[in-house]
Design a protein around this ligand. Sequence first.
Ligand SMILES: [Zn+2]
Length: 91
Amino acid sequence: METNYRRCISCRRVAHRNEFFRVVRNHQTRQVTLDEGMGRSAYLCPSASCIKQAQRKNRLSRVLKSQVKDSLYDFLWQRVSQAPTAQTIEP
Ligand SMILES: [Zn+2]
């Protein structure tokens, strides 16, 4: 299997790691951050539905075996709302 491929923790879609948000629990500080550091990682599609599902089911906390703060989800929401593909606005 190609080592640069990862699976989304919400929809289980497999894609190249560059296509996903990477959430990392730093193995030294135990802080959960986005994109940086070494440690246990979880991958999420940059889509509102996958983030919503991860938050609702507390998937990140389970995968990372660590408490994930709401501020991290807020950060993900900010990221996904900046993405040019996320411009579908319901009337
Ligand atoms: Zn997904």
